[in-house]
Structures are given as C-alpha cells and as structure tokens.
Design a protein around this ligand. Structure first.
Ligand code: GLU
Length: 353
C-alpha cells in the first residue's frame, strides 16, 4: 500500500516536472528550473522590497578608501537576471560603482580555469576565518594563513596565481575575464584605483606577511597593485547581476552563451561564497537567507540562485562587517518571499501537505 502511494507520488512528481519544464519561458530561469517563479511574481516582490527599504538610512559608507566616503549614499538600485537572460531592474541602474570584494569571486574562477581547482585549493584553502575581511591576526593564526579566496589575504594570494609575462598582461587577463562574465566590456574607475592605492598599506602588510609564510605566489607588491585594480573595476547593478547569473547558469554567460567557467568549478565557487561571501557576517546570512552571495565595500551585493538567476543590489551604506545594509535587507526579503533559500526544501517545490 505504502509502496503504491510512493509510486503514485513519484509519477505525479514526474508529470509536474515534465509539464513545467515544457511550459513557456515566462518564469525566472524557467528553462533550467521547473520551480522558478513567474516573471510577474519576481517583479512584484522586488518592487515591494524596493519600496519597503527605500528610505532606510542605517549604516554608513566605507571611508577607509577616501573615494568611497564621497559616493552619494542615497543611491539604490536592484537588478535580477535569470539564467535565460530575462532582466528586471529598478532604481539606480546606470551608476558604475566599484566592484570591490565581489571581484574576488571572479579572480578565483579565473585561477581555477588556469590551474585547476585542486591546485587553487592547495595554495589558498577555503576555510571561514570568523575575522574581519582584512584581518592581520587571521593570517598569523589560521593554519593555512591565506584562509579563503574571499578575505583580503586569500584574495591577494589568489590574484598572485594568475600567470602573465608582466603585471599588465595579468591585469588585462583579469579585466577581460570579468567582462566576459558580465557580457560586456568593463573598465577601471581610475579615481577609485588612485584613492585605494594611496591608502592600501594594510593590504601591502598582509601580502608581506603571506610572503613570510610562503603563501603568495608572485611579487607581493605587484600582486597587491593588481588586486587594487581589480577592486576598482566599475559595474552597474545589471552588469553585476549578469556576472552572478553566469554562475547561476553553470558558468555560461546567459547573454553571450559563452562558457566562461567550467561547470565542475561552480560548486566550489558557490560553496566558498556561502561560507565567506559576507565576511564574518556569513553565518548570519546563511541562517537567514541561505544563498551563496558576495558583498563589496563599494555597496554591492550579488546573490546566486543556482539554476535560476542572480539578484544584485547597490546601496553604499554598510554595517560593521562591511556589508551593504539595504542590499542585505532587500535580498533577504525577496529570497524569503520567493522560496529561494537553497537549504529549504521549499526551494525545490516541497511545500508540505
Ligand atoms: N578593496 C577593498 C580592500 O581591499 C575590498 C574590500 C571589500 O570590498 O570588502 O580593502
């Protein structure tokens, strides 16, 4: 009897999946996911979140990079890009803010393309640090010293893995890779780069400390300089969401169709983002939101919904951990309303009886 019920349920489930899979492409990433919400649902929820948090003024701009302190803290934009390249955006969508730490995700992806995932794991590791993103103590105390590719020390070491005959060739390779992930040409914001390069003694100290432990793989100062450039790349919120959608789409850019990242690397990248994407706010984020994401002190956060798409939010005011306050609130709201939390069985359509 029980077996029969299970068999019937499996047949029904199969029928539902097949029916949805062949339905018109009206949902978010419908092609890749049978349980994607419709475009109209996504738009309504994103709009609701935008209105709800629009006048929230908590947090403050990063000021340890002087340029970032000057950025208009009222700017606020949200974009969703699905794996089948449907785009929905609202608010400030044209301003190119600096990608900052979100760049670390894509340099990690490039390093894996060049060296393979195992060698990157050996050289960098992937352990949460539980410390501030630029912690010196972390380098001294963590057994791997580098921690993971998403804190500054591990990120500078990851940048040092990128091969090239000189610094320029390495930098151009990185910029070109980001552009391919975004599906359009990205550029350096020179003023951000200059402002950050003039004030990055802390990152230089991290690089020298890594050299002491033999955990940096090119000239330490050259690596910091390339890293500073990668953090100063400008993206608008749609470009950032598209970079995220490339990860959601198993490494293939949903606009160009180009396979930028090997599919087998995607789970390593997303798991690293889940453990360390919001620095020492990552545990709380996994608890409340349950999606791989990455923040940057420029005010951007991108969250990935595997197989469905990505949501990016830009709002410069940050919390104490360095994560945009409004971006966190918007994403948490949208994810909970649309059942995107990957740790919840509801994300694959199990709603209970
Ligand atoms: N460029 C910044 C730094 O190295 C990135 C930090 C961040 O976005 O969290 O401090």
């Amino acid at each position: 009897m029980l077996r029969k019920t299970i068999q019937t349920r499996m047949l029904v489930a199969l029928f539902v999946v097949t029916t949805f899979a062949s339905a018109p492409l009206s949902g978010l990433g419908q092609k890749a996911s049978p349980v994607a919400p419709t475009k109209a649902q996504v738009e309504a929820v994103v709009r609701e979140a935008y209105d709800k948090f629009r006048s929230d003024t908590s947090g403050k701009n990063a000021d340890y990079i002087p340029f970032l302190a000057q950025v208009d803290s009222k700017m606020f934009g949200v974009a969703v890009v699905s794996t089948d390249n449907q785009v929905f955006s609202i608010g400030e969508i044209n301003y190119a803010f600096s990608i900052q730490s979100i760049s670390k995700v894509y340099t990690l992806a490039l390093a894996m393309e060049e060296l393979g995932a195992d060698r990157v794991f050996e050289r960098i590791g992937s352990e949460p640090t539980g410390r501030a993103f630029n912690s010196v103590n972390g380098v001294v105390e963590m057994p791997t010293h580098t921690g993971n590719p998403l804190v500054n020390a591990g990120a500078i070491a990851t940048t040092s893995l990128i091969a090239g005959k000189d610094a320029n060739e390495k930098w151009n390779k990185i910029l070109n890779f980001y552009s391919r992930a975004a599906g359009e040409k990205l550029t350096l914001i020179d003023e951000v780069y200059k402002s950050e390069a003039a004030t990055n003694a802390g990152n230089k100290a991290l690089a020298m400390l890594l050299a002491k432990y033999e955990r940096i793989y090119a000239d330490p100062f050259e690596s910091v300089d390339i890293y500073t450039k990668q953090c100063s790349v400008g993206v608008n919120v749609i470009q950032l969401a598209r970079m995220g959608a490339t990860l959601a789409n198993n490494g293939k850019n949903p606009v160009s169709g180009e396979q930028i990242i090997k599919p087998e690397h995607v789970p390593y990248i997303l798991s690293t983002m889940t453990m360390a994407g919001l620095y020492d706010g990552s545990g709380g984020w996994a608890w409340k939101v349950g999606l791989p994401a990455k923040s940057g002190v420029g005010g951007g956060i991108v969250a990935i919904v595997p197989g469905k798409g990505a949501i990016a939010v830009f709002s410069p005011r940050l919390d104490d951990a360095g994560n945009s306050v409004k971006a966190q609130k918007v994403i948490e709201y949208v994810v909970n309303k649309l059942d995107f939390n990957v740790f919840s069985p509801r994300s694959v359509g199990l709603k209970g009886e």
